[in-house]
Design a protein around this ligand. Structure first.
Ligand code: 5AD
Ligand code: SF4
Length: 443
């Protein structure tokens, strides 16, 4: 039987990147081959995100383009998978007539069966969430371009129910992946030449595997992955400030290959806003955790997520976010305007009462401050020497390579005889707010 061609596009978080790789693995076993040309595909899948309204709008505009392609190539099927599929369910089939298939994040094993239904002229839909599914036994088909860095999912779902967030609704309850399969996958990547893995979960600190006498926590699994090889760098995302333990910081301090970068989303610098967001920590607790991170891990870099203009946010509460950012001195941040999401606690209980122009102005102030903090953080690196893991050729110059420091900062330097996957000691000579520029240390 001749094989069919699958084209897949991925939006949203890193977990979606891995999910797409799982989907490709499942479909490859059913005679589908990946193509990078949407026009030659028999099946077009779009793996979607619902986190903010603009993420969904982007997907809808892509679907309009797929509609044009379908008009030219009547044989092609279009499927929506991921968080938007889960959130909208049948509504998506009604609203977007181009769509043949709707599959939620826990139903990817059903794709081959659903595609048979689609082939017989029906629409296919499965949005059941699961308490157990982790796709632990499936080896994702990697679609990264550098063959140096990759993601390994260790848990799925979220039990936190932050007031603004759709994720507990689109990805269901927390469940952890069998540790054997995590170690096997990370070891396999290292043996293939990969030199960095990022352990992924919506809330990695909640990783827990209990089986007979075994009781493994996130700290345990992190240590096991770190021990695979000292040449394998290990990162993780995302952590919740309420669960960031001293034990985790001690494990990170013990292993040089556990990268000294922590992403710790704060969302707001005001305890009152944090309470309305149902974040389960205060400004003071967050600051205490930052102090603990700096104590256990000198030189650690810290990044965050911030939401501007959450329900009821006063000018003073916004100022508290700015002052906390300044106090922490974040190395990097993702910054967003609050976007009300249907069926969340905030949508049900609060008014989205901050006018859009106020949200925009506050976000601008946050971005401007972060630009300065990012530059200051890079300026402190000038004159220092860092070990850089090379990821590829610089976008701007064939003669330069780029890679990252353990602190997750991008470094660009002259190529010499180095190549992807090498560790190179680089002395930093100058910087921008986004990039460090250096020269390799002569050996
Ligand atoms: N509006 C704006 N930003 C949001 N995030 C999550 N939900 C929303 C929302 N409704 C942000 C948070 C989270 C990141 C992944 O996206 O900062 O940490
Ligand atoms: Fe988007 Fe969140 Fe779903 Fe990831 S889990 S795709 S960020 S809505």
């Amino acid at each position: 039987m001749s094989s069919r061609k699958l084209y897949i596009e991925t939006y949203g978080c890193q977990m979606n990147v891995v999910d797409s790789e799982v989907v490709v693995a499942i479909l490859q076993q059913h005679n589908y081959q990946l193509t990078e040309e949407v026009t030659e595909a028999d099946l077009v899948l779009i793996n979607t995100c619902s986190i903010r309204d603009n993420a969904e709008q982007r997907v809808r505009s892509r679907l309009r383009e797929f509609k044009r392609i379908k008009q030219q190539n009547r044989g092609v099927s279009v499927g929506v998978i991921g968080c938007m599929a889960e959130r909208l369910k049948e509504k998506l089939l009604e609203e977007e007539t181009v769509v043949d298939l709707v599959v939620g994040p826990d139903a990817y094993r059903e794709l081959p069966a659903l595609l048979q239904e689609v082939e017989s002229g029906q629409k296919g839909i499965n949005t059941l969430l699961s308490m157990e599914e982790t796709y632990g036994d499936i080896r994702p088909v990697r679609m990264d371009r550098n063959h140096v860095t990759s993601f390994v999912a260790i848990m799925r779902g979220c039990n936190n129910f932050c007031a603004y967030c759709v994720v507990p609704g689109t990805r269901g309850r927390e469940r952890s992946r069998d540790p054997e399969t995590i170690i096997r996958e990370a070891t396999g990547l290292f043996n293939k030449g990969y030199r960095e893995v990022t352990l992924l979960g919506q809330n990695v600190n909640s990783y827990r595997w209990v089986n007979g006498s075994r009781d493994l926590t996130f700290e345990n699994i992190l240590e096991q992955v770190a021990k695979i090889d000292p040449l394998l760098r290990v990162r993780f995302a995302t952590s919740h400030p309420k669960d960031m333990s001293d034990e985790l910081l001690r494990v990170m301090a013990r292993f040089p290959n556990l990268c000294k970068a922590i992403h710790l989303p704060v969302q707001s610098g005001s305890s009152a806003v944090l309470e309305r967001m149902k974040r389960k920590y205060t400004r003071e607790h967050y600051m205490e955790r930052i102090s603990a991170m700096r104590k256990h891990l000198p030189g650690v870099s810290i990044s965050t997520d911030i939401i501007a203009g959450f329900c009821g946010e006063t000018e003073e509460e916004h100022q508290q976010t700015l002052s906390l950012m300044e106090w922490v001195g974040y190395d990097f941040a993702y910054m967003f305007k609050y976007s009300e999401r249907p069926d969340t606690f905030a949508a049900n209980k609060y008014k989205d009462d901050i006018p859009d122009e106020v949200k925009s102005r506050r976000l601008q102030e946050i971005i401007q401050l972060q630009n300065r903090l990012s530059l200051e953080s890079k300026e402190l690196d000038v004159g220092q020497t860092y070990e850089v893991l090379v990821e590829g050729t610089s976008k701007k110059s064939e003669e330069h390579l780029f890679g990252r420091t353990s602190q997750n900062k991008v470094v660009v330097f002259p190529k010499g005889t180095f190549k992807r996957g090498d560790y190179v000691d680089v002395t930093i000579n100058s910087c921008t707010s986004a990039t460090l520029i250096g020269t390799p240390v002569q050996s």
